[in-house]
Design a protein around this ligand. Structure first.
Ligand SMILES: NC(=O)c1ccc[n+]([C@@H]2O[C@H](COP(=O)([O-])OP(=O)(O)OC[C@H]3O[C@@H](n4cnc5c(N)ncnc54)[C@H](OP(=O)(O)O)[C@@H]3O)[C@@H](O)[C@H]2O)c1
Length: 437
């Protein structure tokens, strides 16, 4: 007769959009999960703020005292889906320090205090898994952390925020302005009442920090990420992109950069950019996420799927829970933090980017020469120029697309061009990505 296996006991912190789905999946798939793990997976307790709100959950499991729940001797794994920094940071450091494994979906905390959590996990030998923190249901962190651990990742570029992708997709499809598209997204539930974290790029920047840390074996925090949101993207920007066979996306871009002296650094940034309509990321519409990874040996890889929502995010949480539970059953441990490379973060001004600049200029001879001279003066090489006069008007449209140059040089170029007497208006300035340079 075989000895009964001890169950893996789980404390769930938070039971909102994601937590509710975690509880449902744990219940509905209990037998399958037990078979996959090699031991039953049982909920010991669920910490919430307002227990009266949670009538679908067995009342005996609910508590408002998350600290006491985490400290219980019969808890093996803590699953955190509350969000934010405190009190979660303290709760998770306590859990890890006492040897309890942690599964979390909390991108903000990982991007700000990931190092502290990993240190606590290493000290006790506990696991820290966080697949759901970036791109919801899409298996992305585990492929970067494990499947590509033998390769050299050079670039990770993706759409990691569904709200902004929904807004930009709507602007592209209908010609609507930013405010109108945001209003529609809020009405349909794609944008939160306070959309700041999404539209100003904070959410994407936290995810970029996590992606860069894993891809480049270096600690990168949210503060290291150059961040620009989408609130200044205009209908004119979208129209300019469209007229050149491009579309505008909010991109999280993590790059390994080697300078002329052979010194390596990482560039991590979030900003809107024009990409060719033929690029794989251009077809990612609505609230979907997609991430494009380039590695020396693997070449190009694309990850695509639902980047948010209760059930998709819970799928990633459950995958992590099965992994840490299996590790417990086998008395083993998953991968630790890998930050040995300690690459410096390159300032945005020194990062090479390419610009698309759309100008309204006087329709007279010599304008192009004057504009081109400013680019040459700043060492910015021009990749393409298109000038079109307008019928019965003394102005013309001049579009310049540059080759990659340091971002600071491009900014100075635009400032100087804007001051030329022949330039009536700078209609649109947008970075260009995904083109062969
Ligand atoms: N929603 C998504 O699509 C998604 C996608 C990816 C990642 N995430 C991440 O998943 C996490 C949870 O997101 P969510 O959308 O599920 O949040 P949510 O719906 O706001 O739920 C938060 C839960 O935490 C509980 N809570 C808040 N403060 C607490 C405290 N001090 N002690 C105990 N419980 C507390 C709340 O209790 P009450 O219910 O009683 O108020 C609620 O159940 C966040 O880190 C988020 O970034 C979410």
């Amino acid at each position: 007769m075989s000895t009964p296996v001890e169950p893996i006991k789980v404390a769930l912190l938070g039971c909102g959009t994601v937590g509710t789905e975690v509880v449902r999946l744990l219940h509905e798939q209990a037998d399958d999960l037990a078979a996959r793990v090699g031991a039953p997976v049982e909920l010991t307790g669920i910490a919430v703020r307002r227990p009266n709100k949670h009538r679908d959950v067995p009342a005996e499991l609910l508590t408002t005292d998350a600290t006491a729940l985490v400290a219980r001797d019969d808890v093996d794994v803590v699953v955190e889906v509350i969000g934010g920094i405190e009190p979660v940071r303290t709760l998770l450091v306590d859990a890890l320090s006492s040897g309890k494994s942690v599964v979390t979906a909390n991108k903000a905390l990982l991007a700000e205090n990931g190092g502290e959590l990993f240190t606590a996990a290493d000290a006790s030998g506990a696991d820290l898994y966080f697949e759901a923190a970036v791109a919801g249901a899409i298996p992305l962190l585990r492929p970067l952390r494990e499947s590509l651990a033998g390769d050299r990742i050079t670039r990770v570029m993706g759409i990691v925020n569904g709200t902004t992708n929904y807004i930009l997709s709507a602007m592209d499809a209908t010609g609507a302005g930013y405010a109108e598209a945001l209003e529609e997204a809020s009405r349909l539930g794609y944008a939160e009442a306070d959309p700041t974290a999404d539209v100003d790029g904070f959410d994407a920047a936290a995810k970029a920090a996590i992606l860069a840390s894993i891809a480049f074996h270096t600690r990168v925090t949210a503060a290291d990420v150059h961040r620009e949101g989408i609130s200044s993207v205009t209908a004119a920007d979208i129209a300019a992109a469209r007229s050149l066979g491009r579309t505008v996306k909010l991109l999280a871009i993590c790059e390994r950069v080697t300078d002329d002296a052979g010194t390596e650094s990482v560039s991590v940034r979030v900003h809107p950019a024009m990409i060719p309509r033929s690029h794989p990321l251009a077809g990612v519409g609505g609230a979907f996420n997609a991430v494009f990874v380039e590695a020396d040996a693997a070449g190009q890889l694309m990850f695509y799927g639902q980047g948010a929502g209760g059930a998709p995010t819970a799928s990633a949480v459950l995958g992590d829970l099965v992994a840490v539970a299996r590790n417990r059953v086998a008395s083993g441990r998953g991968p630790r933090e890998s930050a040995y490379a300690e690459l410096p973060v390159r300032p945005m001004g020194q990062t090479g980017t390419a610009y698309h600049i759309s100008l309204d200029v006087a329709d007279q001879p010599g304008v192009l020469t004057q504009v081109a001279a400013v680019f040459a003066e700043h060492g910015v090489s021009i990749a393409a120029v298109r000038q079109e006069g307008r019928d019965n008007e003394p102005s013309a449209s001049l579009v310049v697309v540059t080759h990659a140059a340091p971002d600071a040089a491009l900014r100075s170029t635009v400032d100087k061009v804007a001051g030329l007497p022949v330039v009536r208006e700078v209609v649109s300035v947008m970075r260009v990505e995904g083109e062969e340079q």
